[in-house]
Design a protein around this ligand. Structure first.
Ligand code: NI
Length: 176
């Protein structure tokens, strides 16, 4: 198992479109295991392969309180989304420290492969439905900040670039 570096907005690689996984093999199972470890370490509830710079359709999610119910969705396809929508605050491991309101379908049905390569259908509502939509967006190169106004997104961009510069300066100082 290994912790993977998480790309941060506005890194252009977060906009890449993920391709379908050709076969659920040892490589993909290792990727999913590493993504779960990375997600738990970062205290997230979901992570898409795009965020760790792997542009294949793999998502990991765990919305349980005890962090003992990992779900892996490979090549997820949206089968249905409710007309009913709800706006709630979202955050993202690629946009650290930022939370803002995004409107999503309250319920979805998706088909995805599991780690055995078996297709299964998942019906989700509440937090899981929001999380699935958020992570599937990542695979299409879309971030939750893309739903915000250009003004807000610009401010977030500036703030994160500044934080990154600060971090780099500190690391350089520590190394000196
Ligand atoms: Ni995210």
């Amino acid at each position: 198992m290994a912790l993977l570096p998480i790309l941060r907005f506005p890194d252009a690689r977060l906009q890449r479109i993920a391709r379908p996984v050709p076969a659920v093999d040892a490589r993909i199972r290792q990727l999913a295991a590493d993504m779960l470890e990375t997600m738990y370490e970062a205290k997230g509830i979901g992570l898409a392969a795009t965020q760790v710079n792997v542009h294949e359709q793999v998502i990991v999610i765990d919305i349980s309180e005890e962090k003992n119910a990992p779900q892996v969705l490979i090549n997820p396809q949206l089968l249905w989304a409710s007309d009913e929508r709800i706006k709630g605050d979202e955050g993202c491991l690629s946009v650290p420290g930022v939370y803002d309101g995004v409107e999503r379908a309250t319920a979805v049905r998706v088909r995805a492969l599991d780690l055995d390569g078996k297709a299964r259908e998942i019906e989700a509502d509440g937090l899981l439905a929001v999380c699935i939509q958020h992570e599937m967006d990542h695979l299409k190169g879309r971030l939750f900040v893309d739903y915000l106004s250009a003004l807000k997104r610009g401010r977030i961009r500036t703030r994160l670039l500044k934080a990154e510069r600060e971090e780099r300066r500190k690391t350089a100082e520590e190394a000196a």
